[in-house]
Design a protein around this ligand. Structure first.
Ligand code: FES
Length: 513
């Protein structure tokens, strides 16, 4: 697969075909809606708009579903850990009910499209569980069952055996949820979008959007025009709207394992710390996906250790025959539990955004498809005001927002201090990397396995924080808003759109500060 995250390709990437949609040819195309981002969100939105009779163009910087969508655990569920009790507290029971309704409708939308387009993506219905192994955690589970029921979900409280190889103290069970192969599903959507005046363009990075009538979308291969633009790139690369200050990026880890016996027959998430996620690759099969070990992006010195811990846990809890794939993903967490879906700013009627899916992108991509299709064709969406991208932050969310921004400020300042303390680039051995200060400039240096040195600017091209080395993925990750760059400085994930500048170093020791 030609993805940029090829260091650790996921099971989904390794078991789906390559795609070869063309680059944008720069012919000055005009469409009704340009959708920036060819992950599950962009594709679901584009497919929904095309079904509503609009001409769309999807613009994907790499290959469709090769970013976060190809690196998920792919649970299509309305049961999101311990969400409903918190939502009922901050937004009231009505708010929690709208959230539940939107996600349930999203599951049905996926099921409908899989059937309509005959997409071979192993879509299957399974129960979802949120469980605790501790007696102390049981009261949270009981509260979640009550809140989920009040929100209209057929949640049940269960104990003991929930199909895992260990007993649990208590669990929420919600039937009729779903799972699938996310990349095969997305390729099916992309094939349905392309054609009849609509397009899917790959390897076409968008660098700017000029809001107007029509909007002008600038790509690295030329401009195209659209009445509406949807930014579906996780965190929007346009700073307007301030979403980088209302969300924070988190990385989490997963692996696929083949077991000696059958895999558990449901989708599971623990509410304990550290969190653990379990799902079979196919119900009745012997392969399983296990996940966990989440942390803030760019704020862990040894990401390799995360994989080691997860693997140890896997072998402790399951009869593992082999571990076949391991991968990590990045998600954006909103401050108040609800993603942001709607207009980019209050004064941008033609530019729309969907971000902050808090690790539940499979359903929220489709919630975004429903809300933004209604917004663009001028219909009322029953979900729009809950997900309003410019809603006020509930009082209970205000503190985390302040805390998040404080955290970003600390990274901005603190990283500069630690960069100055780093030793000479010359001390890097093969496979090592670090941030250095050379001639007054912050330099991100990586020595590859052959001993060659690759140096790029350590200053993130989004808003100027210092990047940090990710040992497991061999990428430069920005701790502020989650932009990620390859070891050669290429942008992997936005909001940054520009690569880290290459730095030429003649004599690393002489140039060290
Ligand atoms: Fe915003 Fe790096 S992602 S400063």
């Amino acid at each position: 697969m030609g993805t940029l995250e090829e260091t650790n390709p996921s099971y989904w990437v390794a078991t789906s075909p390559e795609t070869a949609f063309p680059r944008y040819g720069g012919a000055g195309e005009t469409v009704d809606v340009a959708v920036v981002g060819g992950g599950i969100t962009g594709l679901a939105i584009a497919h929904s708009l095309k079904r509503a009779g609009l001409r769309v163009a999807v613009l994907e910087a790499n290959r469709v579903a090769s970013g976060v969508t190809g690196y998920t655990t792919a649970k299509v569920s309305s049961l999101h850990g311990l969400t409903y009790a918190r939502l009922a507290k901050s937004l009231g029971e009505d708010g929690a009910a709208v959230y539940a309704g939107a996600n349930q409708q999203a599951i049905e939308l996926v099921a409908g499209w899989v059937g309509e387009l005959a997409i071979e993506c192993d879509f299957e219905r399974l129960p979802a569980f949120t469980y605790t192994e501790s007696v102390e955690g049981s009261s949270d589970i009981e509260a979640e069952v009550a809140a989920a029921q009040a929100a209209g979900l057929a949640a049940e409280l269960v104990e003991g055996d929930i199909g895992l190889p260990w007993p649990v103290a208590a669990a929420v069970r919600l039937d009729d949820q779903a799972q699938f192969h996310p990349r095969r599903y997305c390729i099916g959507l992309a094939q349905a979008i392309d054609g009849d005046g609509s397009f899917v363009f790959e390897q076409t990075r968008v660098t700017d959007v000029d809001q107007g009538d029509p909007c002008v979308v600038t790509t690295e291969h030329g401009e195209l025009r659209a009445d509406h633009v949807v930014l579906a790139t996780q965190l929007p690369f346009l700073d307007r709207g301030g979403f980088f200050a209302k969300t924070h990026p988190e990385r989490s880890y997963a692996l696929s394992a083949r077991l000696e016996g059958p895999a558990p027959a449901g989708m599971y998430l623990s509410s304990d710390s550290p969190t653990r996620s379990v799902r079979p690759i196919r119900a009745g099969g012997d392969e399983v996906i296990l996940g966990g070990e989440g942390h803030k992006t760019g704020q862990d010195d040894d990401t390799e250790q995360r994989y080691r811990v997860l693997e140890e846990w896997a072998r402790e809890r399951f009869d593992v025959r082999s571990i076949d794939h391991r991968w990590s993903a990045q998600d954006y967490m909103p401050v108040d539990e609800v993603p942001y879906i709607g207009k980019l700013t209050r004064t941008s009627p033609n530019v729309h955004v969907a971000t902050g899916f808090k690790k539940w992108g499979m359903t929220h991509a489709h919630v975004a498809a429903m809300i933004l299709t209604d917004e663009i064709v001028g219909l009322h969406s029953p979900f729009a005001s809950l997900y309003d991208a410019h809603r006020g932050t509930p009082v209970s969310g205000a503190k985390p927002l302040v805390k998040e921004n404080l955290n970003v400020a600390k990274r901005f300042l603190g990283d500069r201090v630690s960069a100055m303390r780093a030793r000479s680039i010359d001390h890097l051995s093969a496979g090592q990397a670090g941030v250095f200060t050379l001639g007054g400039k912050r330099v991100a240096a990586y020595r590859d396995d052959e001993g060659a040195l690759q140096c790029v600017s350590a200053t993130c091209t989004h808003l100027g924080c210092l990047v940090a080395w990710n040992t497991a993925e061999r990428t430069w990750d920005c701790p502020c808003h989650g932009s990620r760059f390859g070891c050669d400085g290429r942008v992997i994930n936005g909001p940054a759109v520009d690569d880290l500048e290459p730095v030429v170093i003649d004599d690393p020791i002489a140039e060290e500060d």
